[in-house]
Design a protein around this ligand. Structure first.
Ligand code: SAM
Length: 253
């Protein structure tokens, strides 16, 4: 279960505000999401993608179950004077817009495989999902140079393209899709923070010698470390008009 701690919020904010990742993803989402649409971002997290999309939409409702994440996004919207974005703290599966929106967006949130009928109860036209290509990619942060491939148990249940594609094919659901590889590097203040970061996200303890080797080329002139990283994923768009009726009327599982 994903839980936003203050530490995680700080790391994510640091990465998000120093790279163009969300701007890049928003550009790809907008290929499918017409300007002026009313949309909802389900499981919006800190809302960096939502804040990139909002200026192009008539209104955007951002739903997340985490009080920490929604409080963060509300504060950002006030600070940035974003007026057409509303924030709801709650479970997206229970949330229903007063009237269906034109599109729902999910980014690194499960829904396409098991809850497509439910998503189309909320959306008139489009379900757009941003997802990882695979759950077995171990190349993040250049760790493969130093360590053998590692299983990522925390991602076992995360919806990724490798798992979604065969389901869409089997159900005869047409889709449009764009792949991306965008920078999402991490700035960390010192070795303790590097250790804490890898412990948190990878359950990984660096042996001292390995940490030294790893950090040497990543040391920054002004202090601290920059861990280069490329996030690989895709944007998948599914149009109601092309989804077989039996799927729309089917059960969520
Ligand atoms: C991996 S994060 C992705 C956040 C954001 N969409 C992004 O791309 O950065 C998953 C998010 O889904 C939220 N979440 C998980 N289950 C949820 C649910 N049932 N309803 C609403 N939000 C949920 C979590 O709190 C978390 O913010």
């Amino acid at each position: 279960m994903f839980h936003w701690t203050q530490q995680k919020i700080d790391w994510y904010q640091q990465a998000a505000e120093h790279c163009g990742y969300h701007h890049g993803v928003a550009g790809l989402v907008r290929r499918y999401l017409p300007d002026g649409s009313a949309a909802a971002d389900l499981g919006c997290g800190l809302g960096y993608l939502s804040m990139e999309l909002a200026p192009h939409l008539s209104r955007l409702t951002c739903v997340d179950i985490s009080p920490e994440a929604t409080a963060f996004l509300s504060a950002q919207c006030r600070r940035r004077r974003i007026g057409n974005l509303s924030v709801v703290c709650g479970d997206w599966t229970q949330w229903q817009p007063d009237e269906p929106v034109d599109a729902v967006v999910l980014s690194f949130v499960n829904g396409v495989i098991h809850q497509l009928p439910l998503l189309f109860q909320k959306s008139r036209d489009l379900v757009i999902s941003v997802m990882a290509l695979s759950n077995s990619d171990n190349s993040s942060y250049g760790l493969d140079d130093l360590l053998p491939p590692r299983p990522r148990p925390q991602y076992r249940l995360r919806e990724c393209w490798e798992d979604v594609a065969p389901v869409l094919e089997a159900r005869g659901i047409p889709y449009e899709r764009t792949e991306f590889a965008l920078p999402f590097g991490q700035w960390l203040a010192d070795r303790d923070e590097v250790r804490a970061f890898f412990r948190h996200y990878y359950s990984l303890e660096f042996p001292e010698q390995r940490l030294e080797e790893y950090l040497a080329p990543r040391r920054q002139p002004g202090g601290g470390y920059y861990l280069d990283n490329t996030k690989r994923g895709c944007v998948v768009a599914i149009r109601r008009s092309r989804v077989p009726r039996e799927v729309l009327e089917g059960e969520n599982d």
